[in-house]
Design a protein around this ligand. Sequence first.
Ligand code: GAR
Length: 203
Amino acid sequence: MTQNIAIFISGRGSNMAALIEAAQDSELDARVALVVSNKPDAAGLEKATAAGIETLVVPSKGKSREAFEQEVERHLIREQIDLICLAGFMRVLSAGFVGRWESKILNIHPSLLPSFPGLHVHEQALSAGVAVSGCSVHWVTAELDSGPIVGQAVVPVSAIESADDLAERIQQAEHPLYAACLRRVLGGKPKTETTDQYLLCVL
Ligand code: GAR
């Protein structure tokens, strides 16, 4: 049966675009049914509309977590969503929501978890002096950035680069990683891939 996917965004939506493309793979019986944004001005919304995908904007500002989630959830149920992919969605979901959607929410985070959860990730990595950083796709649990890992991509760190440069390079690895993890979760093969820029491993 076709798996209906909802993607949650707050900004640019480059990971969302990678997931939309991955879901179009004819070998996968999946479709992105809905893109949800908590920010009315998220640039990703236009990209979703251009790809012919329904969008839903529920501004989170000034709303309680529960009120926001209740409104979103009505649409998720109406669209018969099977899987939620958080893609740069910068709002923490309540334990209640995560519990109701247990094992149905994926997230991408721009570090090699469990290192550097939360915010200011690249600054944390640079000041720790790590030689590698990267990104992780994981299942979402009630504890922030700490659910089971589906896959990671490892990116070498140059000691002299800025946090913005590192963010940019990690983001290039995020797109193939998230696409490969989606394929894995939907029943595809695990993936290992190495380029000059990253080493990508999906469990
Ligand atoms: C990505 O780098 C993603 O890992 C990060 O936000 C960016 C969104 O970019 N997510 C987090 O930091 C979540 N804790 P995008 O909108 O272009 O996909």
